[in-house]
Design a binder for this molecule. Structure first.
Ligand SMILES: NC(=O)c1ccc[n+]([C@@H]2O[C@H](COP(=O)([O-])OP(=O)(O)OC[C@H]3O[C@@H](n4cnc5c(N)ncnc54)[C@H](OP(=O)(O)O)[C@@H]3O)[C@@H](O)[C@H]2O)c1
Length: 276
């Protein structure tokens, strides 16, 4: 083995596979065909003790821990994102983005290391970037002007009780505002509304509460996790789903499992993919 490869442990038999192209090979743009509705998937990098985010050392919110984030996971995150018609983000992300403290997910194909992914979309006749859906109750964030200047569609998904003046401001900044749910965003209604806009392959790239609202409504089809081989401890922290007890509990089946021995200075990490 060398650093370009990882070990596929499931499906069996075990074999070496290339890291680059791994999740492109999952062919996510075909998945909606059997479902007859949008295919919705998400991805988290998580420590062994279940942490996806810890407080920023400088204060002011949470961040992905440096001890779990790494380039090999980030490559696979981008391979999932590139396959989407639409990325789901959040009001929190765009607030952080405006302050320059969010991890860049909105314009990555200009980076030389991801130029092949830009070409991947171009070869398939797709727009340069997926459109953006922003889940928010507060509606308190700006739309980054470059998004609409480049002709990308920005859909804000909120609920019936959300502030009308703020909704009007976001519309004046070029967004389309959808109300999916009465006093809270409903996962089922949100995905149905995005489906009506023509999105078939939807990548949910935000945190544990948006994850919960999709799970609670049975609106998530596939969960990717990268388990970084570190324990972090500490309070407070975010796990990959937060909210009320899920009743019934959500059962998932193992779709694929890989061991990457080269990540994190040789500690390694597992890429685990679950389906419904
Ligand atoms: N390790 C990883 O792979 C990973 C992945 C994703 C996120 N994270 C980290 O996890 C932390 C938390 O993530 P997050 O803040 O994006 O996720 P979140 O807890 O799911 O919530 C994000 C935002 O979504 C909106 N929202 C959530 N539930 C809503 C509902 N029911 N109705 C209406 N709006 C709702 C809210 O926006 P408004 O406040 O505008 O109403 C909220 O601030 C962050 O530090 C992030 O970096 C880590």
């Amino acid at each position: 083995m060398d650093a370009n490869t990882i070990l596929q442990l499931f499906p069996t038999p075990a074999r070496e596979v290339a890291l680059n192209g791994l999740y492109l090979g999952h062919d996510l743009r075909r998945q909606h065909e059997e479902l007859g509705r949008p295919f919705v998937y998400t991805n988290y990098v998580v420590s062994i003790d279940g942490r996806i985010a810890i407080p920023r050392p400088t204060g002011g919110g949470m961040m992905v821990p440096q001890e779990t984030s790494n380039d090999r996971d980030w490559r696979l995150f981008q391979e999932l994102a590139v396959q989407a018609d639409c990325l789901i983000s959040s009001g929190r992300y765009l607030r952080d983005y405006a302050e320059g403290k969010a991890q860049e997910i909105l314009r990555v194909y200009d980076e030389p290391r991801f130029a092949d992914l830009g070409r991947w979309r171009e070869e398939r006749g797709l727009s340069r970037y997926p459109d953006l859906a922003v889940v928010s109750g507060s509606l308190d964030f700006p739309i980054p002007p470059f998004l609409t200047q480049e002709g990308r569609k920005v859909v804000v998904v909120t609920h019936g009780a959300a502030d009308r003046q703020r909704a009007a401001r976001l519309e004046s900044e070029g967004a389309q505002v959808l109300r999916a749910g009465a006093s809270d965003v409903s996962g089922r209604q949100a995905i149905a509304a995005l489906g009506e806009l023509g999105y078939r392959t939807i990548y949910m790239a935000t945190g544990p509460r948006v994850h919960h609202l999709l799970l609670a409504d049975d609106a998530l089809d596939r969960l990717y996790t990268t388990v970084a081989h570190r324990l972090l401890g500490g309070q407070p922290f975010s796990s990959l789903v937060e909210g009320d007890l899920l009743q019934p509990a959500i059962g998932l089946r193992l779709h694929a499992l890989y061991f990457d021995p080269y990540a994190l200075d040789g500690l390694g990490q597992q890429f685990v993919c679950y389906g419904r």
